[in-house]
Design a protein around this ligand. Structure first.
Ligand SMILES: Nc1ncnc2c1ncn2[C@@H]1O[C@H](COP(=O)(O)OP(=O)(O)OP(=O)(O)O)[C@@H](O)[C@H]1O
Ligand SMILES: [Mg+2]
Length: 451
């Protein structure tokens, strides 16, 4: 039987939590202070440590440091109030989940049912990481460069917990792939992984998409609808382009993250939910906070465990590995044996891959179709991506570099019509493009003011 150590200074809470855990098949020891808990722990290492955060002689999280075999005990914190700081602190210090008082029985039950598996999962992930490291991949994520090794470490560490993860990185760096990997390596893997692109749903509909609605709650709501939070129960919700979520809804999302409950549109009955939230953005989240696009409180709550996906140009050694991998898949699919000419491989290294892995994957697909047996240097990435028909930009010697880049940016933007495409084509991040455009605007304003 798995063993659970329960630490709380409220005798009533100790009693009912203890009954509850016993009914779930645990043997239980109780402690009402850090001191008492340490005595228990020195005798028997618990499989689960369920502890109140505020105790008479200190904070429950301090016990994490006293666990001899940290890996084999799951730590679940109970916090008195759902303050962002306390939850974030608990998860950072190694808790794999948390509960908010008054403790929701359904949530406690689902945590206790999952928890004993987490230790095994950690061991499995550790082995997987070592194994795959040699092969230069982690799940479906490929790459053996140093930045990717660091990424695998972070993913492996946070995957088995319920911590919220904020994934940042340029377009095409694999944020969604990383989110899926976090889900696959967690004890939630059998429950759904639901991605929702917050930028793609109309602001009017996104609330009912997330939380569902009751029949008749608004015009057109002709039947009850279950939202993402309900459908992802026990699983993972991936909120892509989180900075595009309307502000009012960011407030509601924060409340769900803090209380573990939500209400359907048109009702007031709270429904408890056991969903892990992963979020992503290709903007700088700090920049989005500064621009008023992302609420600061939500940002802190999401940023429990930030992960940045490295751009492809910063991990040159992976370019060839990825290109060969994508080519191999196509060769298998089409029963072909096409290969890259050495000059093409050199060109792959020279290209800056503004669209990152997505661009590389698309490039290999195009080159595969166009090539006979050998992908020659006439099919090198610059040739494929640069359009012959694109307008020319002529500059006179004597023009400053600043002027050239400004004119190039403006011309590219006019040609593409979309900031994201323009940023990709220029090989800069969307954020950089926004910054430049903002700077040009103020410059122009200043020139006008000065005139
Ligand atoms: N390291 C990688 N190994 C293998 N495939 C990858 C890797 N990174 C990205 N990909 C592939 O590249 C494509 C783009 O990845 P993904 O959609 O995860 O990017 P993203 O960061 O979410 O981009 P965006 O910000 O534009 O949404 C996908 O087909 C994905 O499978
Ligand atoms: Mg994406």
């Amino acid at each position: 039987m798995p063993h659970l150590l329960l630490v709380d200074d409220d005798p009533e809470a100790l009693e009912w939590l203890s009954e509850f855990a016993k009914a779930e098949g645990f043997t239980v020891s109780q402690a009402d202070s850090l001191r008492a808990a340490r005595i228990h722990m020195s005798r028997l290492q618990p499989d689960v440590l369920l502890t109140d955060l505020q105790l008479p002689d200190g904070k429950g999280v301090e016990l994490v440091a006293d666990l001899e075999q940290r890996e084999s005990t799951e730590v679940v914190m109970i916090t008195g109030h759902a303050s962002v700081e306390s939850v974030v602190e608990a998860l950072r210090l190694g808790a794999s989940d948390y509960l908010v008082k008054p403790v929701d029985m359904e949530r406690l039950k689902s945590i206790l049912r999952r928890v004993p598996r987490t230790g095994e999962l950690r061991a499995e992930i550790g082995e997987l990481r070592d194994e795959l490291r040699k092969l230069g991949r982690f799940g479906h994520i490929l790459g053996s460069s140093a930045p990717m090794q660091k990424l695998y470490d972070q993913l492996g560490r946070v995957a088995p917990t319920s911590a919220t993860v904020l994934l940042t990185g340029e377009s095409g760096t694999g944020k969604e792939l990383a989110a899926q990997t976090l889900h696959d390596l967690s004890r939630r893997k059998k429950a759904p992984f639901l991605p929702l692109n917050c930028g793609a749903v109309s602001p009017q509909l996104i609330e009912s998409e997330l939380f569902g609605h009751e029949k008749g709650s608004f015009t057109g709501a002709d039947r009850q609808h279950k939202g993402y939070f309900e459908r992802a129960h026990g699983g993972t919700l991936f909120l892509d382009e989180i900075t595009e979520m309307p502000q009012e809804l960011q407030v509601k999302l924060l409340r769900v993250l803090e209380t573990g409950t939500f209400t359907r549109v048109g009702t007031t009955t709270p429904i408890s939910t056991d969903v892990r939230v992963l979020a992503a953005t290709n903007r700088s989240p700090e920049g989005a906070v500064a621009d008023g696009k992302l609420r600061e409180d939500l940002y802190h709550r999401l940023n429990v465990f930030p992960i940045t996906m490295p751009p492809l140009r910063e991990r040159a050694t992976d370019i060839e590995l990825l290109a060969e991998h994508f080519l191999e898949i196509l060769n298998k699919q089409e029963s072909a044996a096409k290969s890259f000419a050495p000059a093409t491989v050199a060109a792959l290294y020279a290209h800056s891959w503004p669209g990152n892995v997505r661009e590389l994957k698309n490039y290999v697909q195009r080159a595969f179709i166009l090539a006979d047996d050998v992908i020659d240097s006439n099919l090198a990435p610059t040739v494929v991506t640069q359009q012959e028909s694109a307008p020319l930009l002529s500059v006179r010697v004597g023009t400053t570099l600043d002027d050239v880049s400004r004119r190039l940016i403006e011309a590219t933007l006019a040609e593409c019509g979309s900031k994201r495409k323009a940023a990709d084509m220029l090989g800069i991040s969307l954020k950089t493009l926004y910054n430049r455009l903002a700077a040009y605007k103020t410059e122009t304003g200043e020139e006008r003011d000065a005139a």
